[in-house]
Design a protein around this ligand. Structure first.
Ligand SMILES: CC(=O)SCCNC(=O)CCNC(=O)[C@H](O)C(C)(C)COP(=O)(O)OP(=O)(O)OC[C@H]1O[C@@H](n2cnc3c(N)ncnc32)[C@H](O)[C@@H]1OP(=O)(O)O
Ligand SMILES: CC(C)C(=O)C(=O)O
Length: 512
């Protein structure tokens, strides 16, 4: 059994302070319901005095949420506390969270208050809030840049006044894990009644240390972690809930912690928030980024296919994903490629697999990601058993809006290289004419279609060509990121079918 950590989610308050992340009432309710499903211990639903909208949101969330404590932030001012209470009083478990800055820089320049006045105000406001509500959290804003002796004094007094939770925030994301651990330890040593309150930490990510600092604080005795979904929040954001929680669960052995979160709701929570705010998480974001459970390199893919734990320290299922992702690209290997083929219903012989794999690698050199449709296209080309009587050796297109288009095509027919150049109405027409000349037969082009088989600028173009000869129709298909090449390949593929049909097995001799 590890030490139980309470998860205090402030997505709806500090998270909403992220530029571009404000949410309306309905959106806040949706997020709050999801946070309840996630089983967070505390939902900080807003800053009730900030606006009528924030007040209404905190109040509605307080009315709806049954299983989590619902808190509102309040400055150390009676009017703020009145608003906070008016909004949270409907909750099954209401909390007023009041704060005042304690660093010299904030007291002098922002509050314009002396340290004694700050202590006096903090105590008075905790007492004021306590008249309304049993559960009072007190935060010393800019805690980590405050004098720890002064902090110990203020915490001692607010606990005496009735604070049930004391928060030691790293408001500007300034501390480091070891320093934070020592800082909290010092405060504990100098606050005689600290055992009567829960110690909370609230870390910002200005140096990218928010999660590390939060976890280090647990060692010093913190039992409440403040965090947000996707790590949103003021400036560089807050400690990310999903990272904290998965660290707790995955490294129980070293951290010795546990929490009540239903981790299978993590992905859903992350996506809901992104959908609502329109702010997507970066692909390489820990836990919830699109690449967090994706493998592209052959060596990794092979390892994961053999045994997932070779490269996955947690399962995708544990955060609510159905599966990991094998991304096929230029770093992928044969194992992953073959696995994908099998999942697509193809069981290729070793020889066919080698051919298809070579084509796949060639394609992957040109495209960032190779999709299932690309693979299907490659395989259906590879497994065609029609002999390649005519093979494309090279082509050159000379085109422009002030010259006639010329296509020069070189085809290998057995051991001969035959090259022809023709003028046409555009590159495809010219190329088809040049091929027809090489083949030396009166071929009728019945149909020609071109479309993209995958997405993006680097999509593969698929050309379908239907030719007619002697009353019979032959269909060919060509693929390439270059649409002219796709068209030429399609035409040659149709010609090869025609040639096979006409000349039979000794077609190569006859055709040449
Ligand atoms: C670290 C944090 O994340 S703290 C939370 C930050 N979040 C927000 O500020 C979002 C919501 N804020 C707001 O909507 C507004 O700032 C309000 C409604 C709270 C206050 O608005 P205004 O009255 O217009 O004041 P304004 O924001 O310009 O200035 C802040 C005032 O609060 C005072 N103040 C700041 N913190 C505290 C505090 N903890 N306790 C008491 N007073 C405080 C400042 O000294 C300043 O006082 P002054 O107006 O007498 O000079
Ligand atoms: C109000 C406090 C907890 C805060 O948001 C901070 O210090 O960053």
């Amino acid at each position: 059994m590890g030490k139980n950590i309470k998860i205090f989610d402030t997505t709806l308050r500090d998270g909403e302070q992220s530029p571009g992340c404000s949410m309306n009432l309905q959106e806040k309710i949706k997020v709050a319901k999801q946070l309840e499903l996630l089983k967070v211990d505390v939902i900080e639903a807003g800053f009730a005095i900030a606006s009528q909208g924030d007040f209404n949101s905190v109040k509605e969330v307080a009315q709806i949420i049954k299983n989590s404590t619902v808190a509102s932030l309040a400055r150390a001012l009676p009017k703020d506390i009145d608003y906070a209470w008016e909004a949270v009083k409907y909750a099954v478990r209401p909390r007023i969270h009041t704060f005042i800055a304690t660093s010299d820089i904030h007291m002098k320049h922002k509050l314009k208050m002396k340290p004694e006045e700050v202590i006096e105000r903090a105590v008075a406001m905790v007492k004021y809030a306590k008249k309304y509500c049993e559960d009072i959290e007190f935060s010393a804003e800019d805690g980590t840049r405050s004098d720890p002796k002064f902090l110990a004094q203020i915490y001692e007094k607010v606990i005496e006044a009735g604070a049930t939770v004391i928060n030691i925030p790293d408001t500007v994301g300034y501390t480091t894990p070891e320093e934070y651990y020592e800082f909290i330890t010092k405060i504990k040593e100098n606050t005689s009644n600290i055992h009567k309150a829960e110690i909370s930490v609230h870390c910002h990510n200005d140096l990218g240390l928010a999660v590390a600092n939060t976890l280090a604080a647990a060692k010093a005795g913190a039992t409440q972690f403040e965090c947000t979904i996707n790590g949103i929040g003021e400036r560089a954001g807050n400690a990310a809930l999903e990272e904290i929680v998965m660290a707790i669960n995955t490294r129980k052995d070293v951290l010795g912690l546990e929490c009540n979160i239903d981790t299978t709701q993590i992905m859903r929570s992350s996506r809901l928030l992104s959908t609502i705010t329109g702010v997507q998480v970066q692909p390489n974001k820990a836990i919830v980024g699109a690449n967090a459970f994706a493998h592209e390199s052959g060596i990794h893919q092979h390892g994961v296919l053999e045994e997932r734990s070779t490269y996955e320290i947690m399962t995708p299922e544990s955060i609510g994903l159905t599966t990991n992702k094998m991304v096929l690209g230029k770093h992928s290997g044969r194992h992953a490629f073959n696995e994908r083929l099998k999942s697509l219903g193809y069981n290729l012989s070793d020889e066919d697999l080698s051919k298809a794999f070579k084509q796949f690698k060639d394609l992957a050199d040109k495209k960032k990601v190779v999709y299932n449709r690309d693979i299907e296209a490659i395989v259906s080309e590879e497994i065609i058993e029609i002999p390649q009587t005519y093979k494309l050796e090279r082509f050159v297109i000379n085109s422009g809006n002030v010259i006639s288009t010329t296509a020069s095509i070189a085809l290998r027919v057995k051991d001969k290289l035959i090259e022809e150049a023709m003028v046409g109405d555009g590159p495809v027409d010219a190329a088809f004419k040049a091929i027809e000349k090489i083949v030396g037969m009166d071929i009728i082009l019945e149909d020609y279609k071109l479309h993209s088989v995958t997405e993006g600028k680097d999509a593969q173009g698929e050309a379908i060509v239907k030719i007619k000869y002697d009353g019979k129709m032959y269909r060919g298909r060509g693929l390439s990121t270059d649409v002219v090449e796709a068209s030429i390949k399609a035409y040659i593929s149709a010609v090869n079918k025609m040639s096979y049909e006409i000349y039979g097995k000794d077609k190569e001799e006859k055709a040449s």
